[in-house]
Write a protein that binds this ligand. Structure first.
Ligand SMILES: Nc1ncnc2c1ncn2[C@@H]1O[C@H](COP(=O)(O)OP(=O)(O)OP(=O)(O)O)[C@@H](O)[C@H]1O
Ligand SMILES: [Mg+2]
Length: 241
């Protein structure tokens, strides 16, 4: 059974047809990447899975339960997810635990147990402006992880980072995913990132987003260069429409 199952989503936003019959799954401990051209509807998909907006048609199932329009079931790191500038790293990352009803000391103690694994050890009392871009993204990821350790939606979390930092963060996330084993739906428009991270990839068309191709890059059989060429050809074709 999929942890996330998306069935036949359709959505029109302000007269723009954005999602067109999107169906997909994320299995337990699987890292699934949605790869699609800019503006195709990727963030809209995550908004709907997170329950922040409702689809015109279609349903979202979390662990088999119809959860369409329900919030709070998954951790969601939005594309423009910002840390609160007036709070320290530790106070930022323990926010979800406070929302879950934990006392401040208990929340801080629990959050502090993860800072080393997330590369934030020693920086707990720093403020976001004192951190590098990569560290801010790790803090935002840890905050998302503490909201839901089981199911995470990550919307282009590394897009704003320079190439070297991005590569480091990708390798780090891959390692972390092996270690913690969450079910992750990761959105990007970067092919290399998708191929590096994904157990499975859905390639979307330009808006309205439909699934154009589904593939599992890690499986033996086809060389990665060939898979990359195929995806590149699709994205180029979609971008030119
Ligand atoms: N709240 C909204 N109201 C109206 N139109 C919207 C809204 N949010 C997004 N759109 C439009 O819907 C389409 C899909 O947007 P969305 O943000 O889901 O795409 P995306 O694939 O995440 O894009 P990007 O790659 O830029 O992050 C775009 O054409 C966008 O202009
Ligand atoms: Mg987006």
């Amino acid at each position: 059974m999929g942890r996330i199952r998306v069935e036949n989503l359709n959505k029109t936003l302000d007269g723009l047809h954005t999602l067109d019959g999107v169906s997909m799954t994320v299995a337990r401990n699987e890292l699934v990447v949605v790869l699609g051209p800019s503006g195709c509807g990727k963030s809209t998909l995550l908004h709907i899975i997170a329950g922040l907006i409702t689809p015109d048609r279609g349903r979202i199932f979390i662990d088999g339960v119809d959860s369409t329009g329900r919030t709070g079931l998954v951790g969601y790191m939005q594309q423009k997810d910002l840390l609160l500038p007036s709070r320290s790293v530790l106070d930022n990352i323990c926010l979800p635990l406070l929302l879950q009803g934990k006392s401040r000391p208990a929340a801080r103690a629990e959050a502090a147990r993860y800072t080393c694994d997330f590369g934030l050890g020693g920086f707990e009392s720093y403020y976001p402006r004192q951190l590098s871009g990569g560290m801010r993204q790790r803090a935002a990821l840890l905050r998302t992880y503490l909201f839901s350790r089981e199911i995470l939606l990550l919307d282009e979390p590394f897009a704003s980072l320079d190439a070297i930092t991005r590569r480091k963060m990708q390798l780090w996330l891959k390692k972390l995913h092996k270690q913690f084993g969450s079910s992750i739906l990761f959105v990007t428009h970067d092919i290399e990132e998708a191929l590096l991270l994904a157990d499975r990839i859905y390639v979307f068309t330009a808006r309205p987003a439909r699934i154009r191709l589904e593939l599992s890059p890690g499986r033996p059989g086809r060389p990665e260069s060939e898979i990359k060429e195929e995806i590149l050809a699709i994205l180029e074709e979609e971008a030119s429409d």
